[in-house]
Design a protein around this ligand. Structure first.
Ligand SMILES: Nc1ncnc2c1ncn2[C@@H]1O[C@H](COP(=O)(O)OP(=O)(O)OP(=O)(O)O)[C@@H](O)[C@H]1O
Length: 300
């Protein structure tokens, strides 16, 4: 989908009438990166917790974000994927208001409350600090709220531990607890599973899904971890300075731009993790359609 189409509503094949006349981009398919007045004027989704319209950013002579449109609504997990240097963190920084785009705008209603979990978190081991004192920093909070947030993220036992001694997974859970203390309705997580092993990574994404369900949160995730993330996202936005494609994970994983960026294997990964309940397995494990269902069941 071109970034000119409204996210979540465009076709997954990335084509539109004007694409055909545009110059080829680095993704190998045709895009017109020029921003039009129409794009800048495109109204954000009124129900969105946060929206970007026509966001464009340069670093020196390089356009690292080109004309990005995005909406995150309550109750949905939207994942930004893309190769190194694709502009994911830059876009998150712009959404958070840490940086300002050269063109375009961010629309965030006053009712949106963001909880942010950063990509990198350096703890200076020379400075003693327990998890409890760390979570007491910043906004006014109570011990009861800290305990409840740690309980919710499965990190209750860390409360008296030194921050610098936590494992990668524990650190991420403490950071998510810190974000929850703000009572957010929108959670933004930049590579939440970095430094976490595969099982820990799956557990973390399960936690994020549970938090979404419990609090009806909107969630914007940045990730490289295709298999785990794709299976747990409602919508995926594939970024490579511009939006190469976006939509439901199963549509994006079939998109030519996705395969070009992540390799042909990536498209097959999703089927392994998504369990479609429209089939049964025969004695050899082969998926077979249920009686009355179409014969399109995919194996789990
Ligand atoms: N402060 C900065 N000054 C100059 N260039 C920068 C700065 N921050 C980012 N860049 C460049 O902008 C581009 C996008 O970077 P960004 O960190 O947003 O990408 P990313 O998709 O998050 O990458 P990764 O997956 O590796 O974390 C990169 O080429 C990066 O080198």
């Amino acid at each position: 989908m071109s970034s000119r189409d409204a996210p979540g509503t465009g076709s997954p094949n990335g084509n539109s009438a004007t694409d055909a006349a545009a110059a080829p981009c680095s993704c190998g398919h045709n895009h017109d990166h020029r921003q039009t007045d129409q794009q800048l004027a495109a109204e954000p989704d009124p129900g969105a917790l946060i929206s970007a319209r026509g966001v464009t950013m340069w670093r020196g002579s390089r356009e690292v974000l080109s004309d990005i449109n995005l909406d995150v609504r309550r109750g949905e997990i939207v994942t930004l994927i893309g190769p190194n240097g694709a502009g994911k963190t830059t876009l998150v920084r712009i959404l958070l208001g840490i940086e300002h785009p050269e063109r375009g705008r961010i629309i965030k209603p006053a009712s949106t409350r963001v909880g942010y979990v950063p990509q990198r978190f350096e703890v200076d081991g020379a400075i003693p600090m327990t998890v409890e004192s760390f979570l007491s920093l910043g906004e006014h909070t109570t011990l009861k709220a800290i305990k409840a947030a740690l309980e919710e993220t499965g990190a209750a036992k860390t409360i008296n531990q030194q921050l610098s001694k936590l494992s990668g997974g524990e650190t991420q859970r403490v950071l998510i607890a810190r974000a929850l203390l703000r009572k957010p309705n929108l959670l933004i997580l930049d590579e939440p599973a970095s430094g976490v092993d595969f099982t820990g990574e799956a557990d973390l994404y399960d936690l994020i899904g549970r938090l979404r369900d419990k609090h009806n949160l909107g969630v914007l995730l940045v990730s490289h971890d295709l298999h785990v993330v794709m299976a747990r996202s409602d919508r995926v936005i594939c970024l490579n300075a511009h939006v190469c494609c976006s939509g439901k994970p199963e549509d994006v994983s079939q998109h030519a731009a996705y395969a070009r960026i992540f390799g042909p294997q990536a498209a097959t990964v999703l089927g392994v993790y998504r369990h479609h309940h429209d089939h049964r397995h025969d004695l050899t494990g082969e998926p077979k359609p249920l009686a009355g269902a179409s014969p399109t069941g995919r194996g789990s």
